[in-house]
Design a protein. Sequence first.
Length: 589
Amino acid sequence: MSWTPIGKPAPVRENANLTDYAAARRDFSWEAERRGLSGLPGGHGLNIAYEAVDRHARGPRRDHVALRWVDRHDRVTEYTYRELAERSGRFASLLGHLGVRRGDRVFTLLGRVPELYVVVLGALKAGCVVSPLFSAFGPEPVRQRLNLGGAALLVTTPELYRRKVAGIRDSVPSLRRVLVTGDEDGPGTSALSPALAAASPEFEIGPTSPEDPALLHFTSGTTGTPKGALHVHEAVLAHYVTARHALDLRPADVFWCTADPGWVTGTSYGVIAPLAHGATLVSDEGEFDARRWYSVLAAQRVSVWYTAPTALRMLMRHGPDTASGYDLTALRFIASVGEPLNPEAVVWGQEVLGHPVHDNWWQTETGAIMIANLAAEEVRPGSMGRPLPGIEAGLLQRGPDGRALVTDGRVRELTGAGEEGELALRPGWPSMFRAYWGDRERYERSFSDGWYLTGDIARRDADGYYWFVGRADDVIKSAGHLVGPFEVESALMAHPAVAEAGVVGKPDPVAGELVKAFVTLHEGYPPTEELRLDLLAFGRRALGAVAPKEIAFDQHLPHTRSGKVMRRLLRARELGLPEGDLSTLESVP
Ligand code: AMP
């Protein structure tokens, strides 16, 4: 947990949004920060989409570029705040015509295309609950999430519909309609473009309580089905404030968030936060490619860049020369989230891009950044940073199961420097999740003795910086995506040859972890290479990008006394650790 200032110390930014950390924490109040937002006209409450687009469309920023979209072929299309307000207004009007009502769940299965922004913002205007899905999911995770959330409407592309939805549509009874991008109706789908063109751009947002549900983001646990973390319109206050503090964002910025729109970062910071500030949001339809990314940074004059460790590690593999051909002088701040950021990546940012990478920490349930390395301070490579103003974090003593130890309803907070405990947060910030959709008991279990328990293990140094140690549970982080082992095991067990499966994260130098499955076969199925390849393909077809990348046959999976597969032991075997010593497991990144 020791740290050394990196290379040439980064100059402390005197003009940063947040310069005096101690004073900002002391004087902070969410209530006072609300003044940065407008609220709905006439005191009719607070609506995310109004804060993100309509208020700018009605003011001096109406002709400022809100969204700059780079398509796969590098063509750039710009949408001003006025245009985005009109288009999202059309979608909100269309929802009314389609009989989709306040509180209904509108799902998206879209890559980074302009329709994504129009649909998300339009559905929020109409008071619907928006749930964006990862477009690289296979049919099974899509089916499960649509069903868990009781989707009323899905917006996707014709191709994604054909590949991932058509085959499961009949098993999602709540799904009344599917809209597909483009001009053509298809079997079971209606075309979005003509419907939008026919709908009115004028849409007055109805009264919205800050506590009205707005966003449903699915995340994974160790057991059971995925969990739908529900966020409310009030969350926009946290998106707005944390972007100013942790990303140093200002209205004049050109901001690029590389997260996929199917994950929480892709909504909180890929849509809402930059628009709430009136900044210009860059969206790149293309997939990762080192040259492409440097060219987006350079050609779009990106000033604030929010990305992820896997992407940074992939850029690092290309060597410093690849970057040198690009003009990155517009870039002034780089931040990263989602997985442990290696200290080398922080240093590489400083040396190759001219700025250190500022790691920050949060999760689906927290809805916004909680802990961050700040622009005005020297980065501590390897540390996630310190809690933002308005956020109280703590470390709780752990019990034998690795989670916070609760005795008679009480937990013990660790106060000594370097002590390792479960990271916990005091509830009360605006973007805290308000429910796990349809699972009250699971929600309540996430809180103890006045703390929200994050499931992460961390340490804190004497200056209050937090250092990530590992997860207290078995969830896997692969290329920044949280993968629930249970979901993968269940999908594999649908194969007739599979009797049982145990799924773990195998350390990987680029993706952090790879999904690896240990599989026990039914009698009569010999463990051939052919079957292994068949299982890999079977997993890919069902699960898409979260499918196992490796499969090993194992007729003797370790079990707990109650008969559950001991994933931690499998992981220990994978790491070549002595099986008796599981305590060291969390420290392995
Ligand atoms: P998600 O809910 O998919 O956003 O994943 C949240 C989880 O990602 C956290 O609980 C951590 O386990 C991990 N995570 C997020 N940010 C960081 C970070 N800066 N360093 C290490 N792990 C992180």
